[in-house]
Design a protein around this ligand. Structure first.
Ligand code: ADP
Ligand code: ADP
Ligand code: MG
Length: 588
């Protein structure tokens, strides 16, 4: 069986000569395999398509995918968004007393699967021309626990609660204070209890429009917990939270699973490892189809994910392994110093930041870690010259390219226009094209309107733009937000190679430990009392920095026996106590 997909996001029928049709061998023989519809998009008639794939190579925008799939999958088609549209095969299983994780790249159908399980989409089982119905779905799943589940959903016996992915959008749809928003969700008088669980007590009276991304995330999670449902879905609960908050949220969600059904989509693998009991990996081809793999225990699932190979299914979905080093890398002390600073102090009305003296070397990538609201962004802005400190500062005049934490763009035009407008002849630079644009897969975004990009697409563009500008120091504030796990690893490699090859320096603020591990040569640590007093120190070599950071937040990591990947220890477990006593929080 092969499927034909026309990705409308990429298809630019006004700018091409319908190569998909002109070069199609059956069309040339007089068979109407490709039809130009009224909308202008081509329609590929799958029954007539021979699967030769010539259209795939001829389409100038890579908008066509013809994919051979095993015959038996046909019976597992759960939903299809129209002819030549995205197809979802199989569904995650509902499991009691377990947090069910869903792990997979962007565009593979995770949200579609969740929307089906939450009842927001009635799946059409591939019959996109007829009205879908729960009765058909229940018949389709007859004899499985899913039939039971959907019958209850149909009969209103199950209520579902969703923590949406994009918390940045909350202020656009809700005006008022945090307390007012939470009150709406609070049917059981648990507002204060839940606010305390998420450490929101001091945020309750603040205006939703004026709180940080991390606070918005906590508010969204609190609102979900306050609702009285039977099934809970958390779509990326960790974005914008610091590692301490991520673990706290993980614990809260785990507790919920003892009473309710819980599904989680998460791209921070260390957190996914901690939060989920079992995981469904999703694989396929983004925009074309997605398959929900069999459920695996969490450790196996994440190891398989890093390896890029699903043993049971005999599917390789990545041609390289994501690997971790057991021993800390040496700091590149032979490299020349780019900038140095003496003691720095920056004061706002309610906040003081102190940064101990430090220096940045040419060609080095520095990870910047620490709790939210301890001044990481403020320090980055001091280096960028955007914020003037009360004391100290940087002597050397350097050029800085800065990617802010929250990326928004009002740019009215396509990605390609924005890139050409901002970067000009840089767009022709071979190194930039091969080492930045290509791995970040920017060309697939070229024809999209900037304002229609998804969170992950916007992040890829923002990284590409900031690396495209000429600078000595690149400051990237939370580049992993909204990227999937794979894109994070790719972005980490891109940034590293760029700095190494061009002899530039980078500071990367991020909360994803795997991302920091892969990207950083050395590490700066922020600590103190959030929103009151922040203290920055370093950069330190990786071992020392990780120990300082993880000691502050009281988290230890052990190593996985098969893959060496770091795994968060259960607080109070043997490994946790033993490593604490040795003062080795990360490199055991
Ligand atoms: P994920 O959550 O894994 O990023 P989604 O479930 O959001 O993936 O989307 C999977 C694919 O389905 C995407 O390629 C998207 O373009 C397509 N898709 C999502 N919603 C619709 C829709 N309403 N109509 C047509 N295609 C859609
Ligand atoms: P981080 O990046 O570590 O999360 P930030 O540097 O963004 O921390 O913020 C540190 C503290 O400084 C926060 O409490 C924040 O509210 C406060 N702050 C940041 N910018 C300003 C400003 N322009 N005016 C007043 N307070 C600010
Ligand atoms: Mg910040």
């Amino acid at each position: 069986m092969h499927i034909a997909v026309v990705i409308h996001d990429r298809c630019q029928f006004k700018k091409c000569n319908y190569e998909c049709k002109t070069y199609c061998p059956p069309v040339r023989m007089g068979t109407e395999t490709v039809i130009i519809t009224e909308s202008g998009y081509p329609r590929i008639v799958e029954e007539l398509c021979e699967g030769c794939g010539i259209c795939v190579h001829k389409c100038p925008f890579e908008a066509v995918k013809i994919i051979g799939l095993p015959e038996e999958l046909n019976e597992d088609l759960v939903h299809q968004y129209g002819e030549n549209g995205f197809r979802l095969y199989r569904l995650p299983r509902v499991q009691r007393d377990k947090v069910v994780g869903i792990l997979g790249p962007n565009g593979i159908g995770k949200s579609t699967a969740i929307k089906i399980l939450s009842g927001a989409i009635v799946p059409n089982l591939g019959d996109y021309n007829s009205e879908p119905s729960w009765d058909k779905v229940i018949k389709f799943f007859a004899g499985t626990e899913m039939a039971d589940y959907f019958a209850k959903l149909r009969d209103g016996e199950l209520s579902t609660v969703m923590k949406p992915q994009y918390v940045d959008k909350i202020p656009m749809v809700f005006k008022g204070s945090v307390r007012e928003l939470l009150k709406k969700a609070d049917t059981q008088g648990r507002l204060d209890e839940v606010a305390a669980m998420l450490e929101l007590q001091n945020t309750l009276n603040r205006d939703i429009a004026r709180i940080s991304g991390g606070e918005l995330q906590s508010v969204a999670i609190a609102a979900a917990l306050l609702k009285d449902g039977d099934v809970y879905f958390f779509d990326e609960p960790s974005s914008y939270l610091d590692i301490y908050q991520r673990l706290n949220v993980a614990k809260v969600i785990r507790d919920l699973a003892s009473k309710k059904l819980v599904f989680v989509v998460e791209h921070d693998l260390a957190i996914m490892d901690f939060i989920a009991d079992v995981i469904h990996i999703m694989y396929g081809s983004d925009g074309a189809y997605g398959i929900v793999a069999n459920v695996r225990n969490t450790r196996n699932a994440i190891n398989s994910y890093l390896e890029g190979y699903l043993r049971d299914e005999n599917i390789r979905f990545r041609d390289w392994k994501i690997e971790f080093v057991v021993h800390p890398p040496k700091r590149k002390s032979e490299l020349p110093v780019l900038i140095s600073w003496d003691y720095i102090e920056k004061r706002y009305d309610n906040f003081v930041l102190e940064v101990e003296p430090g220096e940045i070397r040419t060609g080095e990538v520095i990870g910047v870690v620490g709790p939210n609201a301890t001044g990481k962004t403020t320090f980055v802005k001091v280096l960028a010259g955007v914020v003037k400190p009360e004391r100290g500062g940087v002597d050397e005049e350097i050029k800085v390219s800065y990617k802010p934490q929250y990326i928004k763009s009002d740019y009215d035009g396509t990605v390609e226009e924005l890139l050409n407008f901002t970067l000009k002849e840089r767009m022709l630079n071979n190194f930039y094209r091969a080492e930045v644009l290509h791995p970040l897969r920017i060309k697939y975004l070229y024809n999209k309107e900037v304002k229609n990009l998804s969170g992950g697409e916007m992040q890829r563009l923002a990284i590409a733009l900031s690396l495209g500008l000429e600078a000595d120091l690149y400051l990237l504030d939370e580049p992993s937000a909204y990227l999937d796990s794979n894109e994070r690893m790719v972005a980490a490699k891109v940034i590293r190679r760029y700095m190494e090859n061009l002899g530039k320096s980078a500071m990367i603020v991020d909360h994803d430990v795997y991302f920091i591990d892969i990207i950083a040569d050395s590490i700066m640590v922020f600590s103190g009392e959030p929103a009151k007093h922040g203290i920055g120190s370093g950069p330190y070599p990786m071992r020392e920095g990780m120990n300082r950071f993880l000691k502050n937040v009281s988290i230890t990591f052990r190593r996985d026996g098969d893959t060496n990947r770091p795994r968060i220890n259960k607080p109070g477990s043997y490994n946790d106590r033993e490593q604490r006593s040795r003062g080795e929080y990360y490199y055991a």
